[in-house]
Design a protein around this ligand. Structure first.
Ligand code: NAD
Ligand code: DAU
Length: 378
C-alpha cells in the first residue's frame, strides 16, 4: 500500500483516482488517503473510486505526527506521497500563518514519523520505502523574459509566503535524506490545471465567472507568464519518479507551455464561445484588469529535461487539448461546483476581489477595446 497526504485536494485526488482506476494507472495497490479536509479538501473529488476496496481514508492533520506514525506502523506502506499543503498564493498573502503550520511544521511532522518508521524496518521492506515530496516551481522565484528556465540547480529565491513555506519544506526533505538517509524524492512542478481544481485558481475561476456573467479578473497587465501542465500528466510524472527516481534527487516537472495570463484567459473565452455561445458576443468582453497581486512573480518556466532524459517521462496533453478537457469537465459538473462554492467560498471571493466580481457582463467589459497591452483599470 501507499499513503497519500492531501489526497482529497485537487492534484492528490486526481492522483488517487488515476492510481485506482482500471485503464489509467491501475496499479492494483491500496491507497490510504490522509487529509484533514480543509476548505480545499473534498471527498467528492474521490467519488469515482468511492467503495473501491483499495481506498482507505483517514481524516487527520499531518501536523499530528504521532497519529501518522501510528498509521504507518499499522499499515506498513511502501511509500508516502506527500501532497498535503496550503496551496494558494493569494491566501498566503492574506494569512501566512496556516502556510507555515501545514507546509513547514506539517512536513516536519511527517518526516519525523517516516524517520521513526523506517528505523523499525529491515531488509526488502526498508529498501523499498520512499518518501515523495510534491513541491512547486515557485521556490525558484521569478524569471525575466530572457532568463533560461528553472533547472534543478537553480538557487531557491521564494517570493511569497506560500513559496517560502514550500521552499522550507523542500530543505527539510533534503536534510532528512542527507542526515538520516531517509529515502526521499522531491518533485517541483509548474502550474497544474484540470478537473477538481478548486475555483479560486485562475483557470476554474475564469470558467465559472464567464458563465455567470461576472468579471474575469486579470491581475496587473496580464503579462505574467506561467508554464501550464495538465494534472493527469503531473500525476504520471509523480508515479514515474516514485518508481524510478534516484534517492535524494529532485525532479522538475513542466509542460513547456509558457503563456501570459491574458492569453490563458482569452483561450478560455474562445473555447467557451464555441461550447456555450454567449448572448451579446464573446466572453472576452468580461475580461477586467484588476489590482496586481503583491510581489507577483513575473515569469515561471521549467526545464524538465532531467525527468525526460533519466526517467523517460513526457507530457501527453498540449495546453489546447488539456484546456478543452478541463472546460468540458466544468461544464458537466454543476453539482460538484455548487457543492464546493459554500458560504466560505463566497466570503473569499468577496475579500479578494470586492466589487469587481459583483459586476455584470454588460458593466465590465473593456479589454477588447483596449487591446492586450492595456494597463490596470484600478
Ligand atoms: P489543494 O489546495 O487543492 O489541496 C490540498 C489538500 O491538502 C486538501 O485536500 C487539504 O484538505 C489538504 N490539507 C491541507 N492542510 C492539511 C493538513 N494540515 N493536514 C492534512 N491535510 C491537509 O492543493 P493542490 O493544488 O492539489 O496541490 C497539492 C500539492 O501540489 C501541494 O503541495 C502544492 O504545493 C503542490 N503543487 C501544486 C501545483 C498546482 O498548480 N496546484 C503545482 C505544483 C505543485
Ligand atoms: O507554479 C505552481 C503553482 O501554481 C503552485 O505551486 C500553486 O499551488 C498553484 O496555486 C499555482 O500558483 P499560481 O499563483 O501561479 O496560481 P493561480 O491560479 O492563483 O494564478 C495563476 C496566475 O494567474 C498568476 O500569475 C496570478 C494570475 N491570476 C490569478 C487569479 C486567481 C489572475 O490574474 N487573476 C486571478 O483572479
Amino acid at each position: 500500500m501507499i499513503f497519500v497526504t492531501g489526497g482529497a485536494g485537487f492534484i492528490g485526488a486526481n492522483f488517487v483516482v488515476d492510481w485506482l482506476t482500471p485503464g489509467r494507472a491501475a496499479l492494483d495497490e491500496p491507497v490510504l488517503v490522509i487529509d484533514s479536509l480543509t476548505y480545499a479538501g473534498n471527498l467528492a473529488n474521490l467519488a469515482a473510486v468511492r467503495g473501491h476496496c483499495g481506498l482507505l481514508f483517514e481524516r487527520r492533520d499531518i501536523c499530528d505526527g504521532s497519529a501518522v506514525l501510528a498509521l504507518l506502523r499499522r499499515h506498513r506502506p511502501r511509500a508516502v506521497v506527500h501532497f498535503a499543503a496550503e496551496s494558494h498564493v493569494d491566501r498566503s498573502i492574506l494569512g501566512p500563518a496556516e502556510f507555515v503550520r501545514t507546509n513547514i511544521e506539517g512536513t516536519f511532522a511527517l518526516l519525523e514519523a517516516a524517520r521513526a518508521f523506517v528505523a523499525e524496518l529491515c531488509g526488502a521492506e526498508r529498501d523499498a520505502f520512499r518518501f515523495l515530496h510534491v513541491s512547486t516551481d515557485e521556490v525558484y522565484g521569478s524569471l525575466s523574459a530572457d532568463d533560461p528556465p528553472f533547472s534543478e540547480t537553480t538557487a531557491y529565491a521564494p517570493n511569497s509566503p506560500y513559496a517560502a513555506s514550500k521552499a522550507a519544506s523542500d530543505h527539510l526533505v533534503r536534510a532528512y535524506h542527507h542526515t538520516y538517509a531517509l529515502p526521499t524524492l522531491t518533485t517541483n512542478c509548474s502550474n497544474n490545471y484540470g478537473p477538481f481544481q478548486f475555483p479560486e485558481k485562475l483557470i476554474p475561476l475564469v470558467v465559472l465567472h464567464a458563465l455567470e456573467g461576472k468579471a474575469l479578473p486579470v491581475y496587473g497587465d496580464g503579462q505574467n507568464v506561467r508554464d501550464w501542465l495538465y494534472v493527469g500528466d503531473h500525476c504520471a510524472a509523480i508515479r514515474t519518479v516514485l518508481e524510478r527516481g534516484r534517492l535524494g534527487q529532485t525532479y522538475n516537472i513542466g509542460g513547456r507551455q509558457e503563456l501570459p495570463n491574458i492569453a490563458v484567459v482569452r483561450a478560455i473565452c474562445v473555447l467557451l464561445d464555441e461550447l456555450r455561445p454567449r448572448r451579446g458576443g464573446s466572453y472576452a468582453q468580461q475580461i477586467t484588469f484588476v489590482k496586481d497581486r503583491p510581489g507577483h512573480d513575473r515569469r515561471y518556466a521549467i526545464d524538465c529535461g532531467k525527468i525526460e532524459r533519466e526517467l523517460g517521462w513526457l507530457p501527453t496533453e498540449s495546453f489546447d487539448s488539456g484546456l478543452r478537457k478541463t472546460i468540458d469537465w466544468y461544464l458537466a459538473s454543476a453539482d460538484w461546483i455548487a457543492q464546493v462554492r459554500s458560504g466560505k467560498y463566497r466570503d473569499w471571493i468577496e475579500l479578494q476581489y470586492g466589487a469587481h466580481v459583483a459586476s455584470t457582463a454588460e458593466g465590465t467589459a473593456q479589454v477588447l477595446a483596449r487591446g492586450e497591452k492595456g494597463g490596470s483599470e484600478q
